[in-house]
Structures are given as structure tokens and as C-alpha cells.
Design a protein around this ligand. Sequence first.
Ligand code: SF4
Ligand code: SF4
Length: 96
Amino acid sequence: MKPYLREKVPSTLKDIPDSTAYEAGYLVTKNAGWRNVCPVIDSEKCVGCLQCYLHCPDGVIYKKDGKVDIDYDFCKGCGICKKICKFGAIEMEVEK
Ligand code: SF4
Ligand code: SF4
């Protein structure tokens, strides 16, 4: 499941689940603010093999038009997608 923001941000303790069994994808804020490098996909080189999609630890790569795209709101810039891509379709660029 892709990460997503809850529509209602918890404002009292009652709004927060009692246990650690949170629903998958549960987030209350975007978490890309501390990323210092950013994956960029070259759609000309991408063959849509989905290896990056399968290996992204945060589930932020999604299928799009037979290829892939990245949800930059939640990508942490770990670079695993670049390492796994055998086609050289992903480069890590320094955040501006
Ligand atoms: S691993 Fe590379 S070629 Fe395969 S879908 Fe991802 S970007 Fe495209
Ligand atoms: S840099 Fe890491 S978190 Fe971001 S898309 Fe690639 S594998 Fe996923």
C-alpha cells in the first residue's frame, strides 16, 4: 500500500490508535523534508521491469503508463531504486 496522509490529523489522545498495530500507510505528515538526494527516472531508458517498484522500502514507486513514477512526498532518497535498476534509468540528483 502506498503511504498516504490521514485526512484528519489526530488532535487528542483518543484519535491515536491504542497499540502499535497501525493501519498500513498511516501517516499524518509528509516525510521527505530531510531527503538530500532525489531519484529521477529517465523514461526513455525505463523498460517497465518494475524491479524498483518491488524493492522500494517505502512503497513510493507506482506504476504509470507501463512504466513507473515516484511519489516525492514520501521518498526518503535511500537510492535502493537506483542500485536495483539494471537499465541505468534512475539517477540520484542533489536536492536544490
Ligand atoms: S528498475 Fe529501472 S527499468 Fe525497471 S521499472 Fe524501475 S526505472 Fe524502469
Ligand atoms: S530513493 Fe528509496 S524511498 Fe525513494 S523511491 Fe528510491 S527506493 Fe524508494
